[in-house]
Every structure is written in C-alpha cells, then in structure tokens.
Design a protein around this ligand. Structure first.
Ligand code: FES
Ligand SMILES: [Fe+2]
Length: 446
C-alpha cells in the first residue's frame, strides 16, 4: 500500500471554503507581485536550456524580466534584464552571447554583469566612476535540472524551501532527464486555476473518463510543507505507469501494458517506449495468476534491462521510496511535476501580466536518454486547445474545463468554492500557504 494510503482518516482535511477573490481580483493580481513573486523561489528555466557559457534564457514574470545566464565557470547567474543607462531590455528569448550588449546606445557588460563599455564615457568627466554600473543580480538556486531565482536577497536557501520535494523526488534524478517535447499557450484563466487543475485528481472521473478504465481510482492530496503531493488510494507501486490499479477488472499481468499504452496515446507522456515494450513482454510472459507485486517486479526487471542495453542508467531507488513519490507534486507556487524513474511530465503556469483572467501555461515531457541522444526540442506555441495535433486528449479535456471555471468565478454569482477535503487537499494547501504570503483570503473552515 501507499505509505499514506493506510492513514486515510488523517489525510482528510477539515472541510473549508475558498474565496474567489484570489482568482478574479485585479487588485489581488497586482499585490501578488510584491507579496508573492518578489519573495518566493520561482522556476526560471531548465539547465539544458543554457548548457554552455554565454547561453542565456530570458525569464519574464509580470512586468519584470531577468537574464538567466551560464557563466564562464559553468555556474548560473541571473541579472535584471534592464540596461543601467536608461533601462532598455538587453535580451529576449534565448540565445548565446560573449557579453551583454544594449542595442540602444551600445553599453556592454560581461557575463558576471560588470559593465565593460560606456560609449564616450569621457563625457561624464569621471562622474560615472562613482556609480556601480553592474547589472542588478538576483539569487539563483539549482535542483533537479531546474534553475530557480528569488528576488528577495534575504530569502531562505532553495534547499530549505524545496526540502520535502528534494527528499522525495531528489533520488529520481530529474537532472539526468532531458526534454522530450515542450509546448506552451496563453490560456484564459487565472494561473492558479490552471495550476490547481493539475494537482487534484477529483476531476478525473468526470473530465477524463478514460482514466477509470485502467486507472488508479480515488486519489488524495496531502501537504508536504508548503508543497503538496497527490497519490492514489489503495494502489501498489508508485507513479503513473507502474501502479497496478485496484479498481480495474483486467488481469494484473495485462494492466501495465494497457495503462502505459493509454498514457502514450492520450497524454504523450508518463511513459517511455522502453516501459511500453517491457509491459508488452510482461503481459505475454506471465501467467494469468500473477499477482500485482509479481507483475510489477517483472515489468521493472525487463524495463531496467532494455534501458541498460541502450545505455540508459536508472537511478537506484527502493520500491518503498517509489511508494512515497505518489503520482504528482505541486511545487509552490506554480510548478507541477509528475515524476518517475525514467520520465516525467511537468507544468509551469505564470500570470499573464496583471490580468487575473489570463495565464501562460507551459507543459513538457522529460525522459532519460542515452548520453547525447536526446531529441532537439524547442518551446512550441500551441494555441488551439481543440487541436488533436497540438495537444493530447487528456490536456484537451482539461483545457475544455478550466476557462469555464474562470468565467463562473468572474460572473459574481459565487463567492466561495468548496474543495473536496481529501481529493482536492492539495488545492487547499496551496491556498492556505498562498494566504500566508498574501495576508488574506485563507481557507475558512466550514
Ligand atoms: S538604454 Fe542601454 S545603452 Fe542606452
Ligand atoms: Fe485533468
């Protein structure tokens, strides 16, 4: 059983109501800048997006922009993307530079952010020597192949902020994975509505009816400090694709293949070709009477061997630890990860400026590849939420719902929402911790 599965009563939170204000209020959206985004560790990019010295990624949030840069020594630094002469942006998107250059009047900085050129500096008659013309820098932290920044010079170390996440997901070595695909769109809902859709499983039966077929049944959310985890109730094994659902009528030996095939077709993620092939072989080889534990062990052994033969090394993680991983993690405030041993699905949802009714949603799949054999990928804008070419079924199903949630909250017809105290406990945890930052709108016990 899942380690938390045996303590269901403890996992159920006190029932609460959530106010709609954080999702719809223009004033609240503005206040998020000073009270949340200026204080919190936030995901800027993945290391693989800036592999070499001089590579940069321009991270934009609200009305601010930052240059996240690989330095000469392989370290990563981040500067405010604002020229010290008169404020112009220095970079946009991603690219490679030997130094930073302002296209307006030509001032320049080295990768450490120190000013190296002011055109006609003599005209200041020494006045500029009294001024530090370095680009303003912000704190950088790295974990799991992710690069985080924090605008608060007095913030806690990233390792403390992420402690429960690092403890449980760390051994899965997400840093050893690379993008399989990555897509984004501007979506008409608050960034928290979209984030929350990916941290609760309560909507699965109605929104994703296909998942009940081979799926995990009821899921639960539980707080992991400021973050939260979603896990399947009464399931052996951990993580999508390796869990053997308790709710299915199929033979245990057939379930992994059916479930993994479904993930391949309807999520385009949460599986690897290796796992699919191993599951096919397991279904062929094992007797009808094989137990879920035997099926899981056989599947893992085969997948491990197939990957080893192609040069993909798995991290060593005990089955008991995999049970602690669960299905997915909310990394406060706006990152979601569905981690597994050789693949992961991830989300980042940013506000779209100060508009509470719009957000920028990024979704990507990671996979562990043989050294140097990862595919070349780019961020692909995929704005058509009904297109079968642009988005897999599961995500199209979510896209169909979330903007109508936003419309309902904006309409003024409801003031409060009533999250499921077990299955949407991750949402409650999110709102509770967000309220600590914002100083308002905490969940109210019914
Ligand atoms: S604004 Fe950048 S050099 Fe003038
Ligand atoms: Fe969903």
């Amino acid at each position: 059983m899942n380690d938390v599965g045996g303590k269901l009563d403890e996992a159920i939170e006190a029932p609460v109501r959530l106010h709609v204000e954080p999702y719809v209020s223009k004033a609240y959206a503005r206040e998020e800048k000073d009270k949340l985004w200026s204080k919190v560790w936030q995901l800027a990019c993945r290391e693989e997006e800036i592999p070499n010295p001089g590579d940069y990624y321009t991270y934009d949030i609200l009305d601010q922009s930052f240059i996240v840069l690989r330095a000469e020594d392989g370290g990563i630094v981040a500067h405010h993307n604002v020229c010290r002469h008169r404020g112009k942006r220095l970079t946009s998107g991603t690219g490679h530079v030997s130094h930073l250059h302002c296209g307006y009047h030509g001032w320049q900085w080295n990768l450490r952010g120190e000013n190296i050129r002011v055109l006609n500096k003599e005209h200041w008659c020494g006045g500029l020597d009294k001024v530090d013309l370095s680009l303003a820098s912000v704190k950088v932290g790295r974990w799991g192949g992710y690069v985080y920044i924090n605008l608060d010079p007095d913030c806690e170390p990233l390792e403390e902020f992420l402690a429960p996440v690092i403890d449980v997901i760390g051994p899965l070595d997400l840093g050893g994975m690379r993008y399989k695909w990555r897509k984004w769109l501007r979506y008409p809902a608050n960034w928290k509505v979209v984030t929350e859709a990916f941290i609760e499983g309560y909507h699965a039966p109605a929104t994703h009816p296909q998942t009940a077929k081979f799926g995990t049944g009821v899921t639960a959310g539980s707080a992991e400090g400021i973050h939260a985890k979603m896990w399947a109730v009464g399931v052996e094994g951990g993580g999508i694709g390796t869990g053997i659902g308790a709710t299915s009528t199929h033979k245990p030996k057939d379930l992994p293949f059916l479930g993994i095939q479904q993930a391949a077709e309807t999520v385009w993620a949460n599986y690897s070709e290796t796992l699919l092939e191993a599951a096919r072989l397991t279904a062929q080889a094992l007797p009808e009477s094989a137990t879920p534990a035997e099926v899981g062990a056989d599947l893992m052994r085969r997948a491990h061997a197939i990957d080893a033969a192609r040069g993909v090394e798995w991290p060593e993680v005990a089955p008991e630890h995999m049970a602690r991983v669960g299905i997915n993690w909310h990394v406060f405030p706006n990152q979601v990860i569905l981690p597994n041993l050789t693949f992961a699905l991830g989300f980042r949802v940013r506000p779209d400026g100060f508009d509470p009714n719009s957000c920028i949603t990024e979704i990507y799949a990671l996979e562990r590849y043989p050294d140097g054999l990862e595919p070349k990928t780019e961020w692909v804008e995929s704005p058509d939420i009904t297109s079968k070419e642009q988005w897999p079924l599961l995500l199209r199903q979510d896209f169909r719902q979330m903007h109508e949630i936003q419309q309902g909250m904006v309409s003024g017809s409801i003031e409060y929402m009533y999250p499921n105290p077990l299955q949407e406990a991750g949402v409650v945890n999110f709102q509770r911790n967000l309220a600590d930052y914002m100083g308002c709108c905490a969940p109210e016990v019914l």
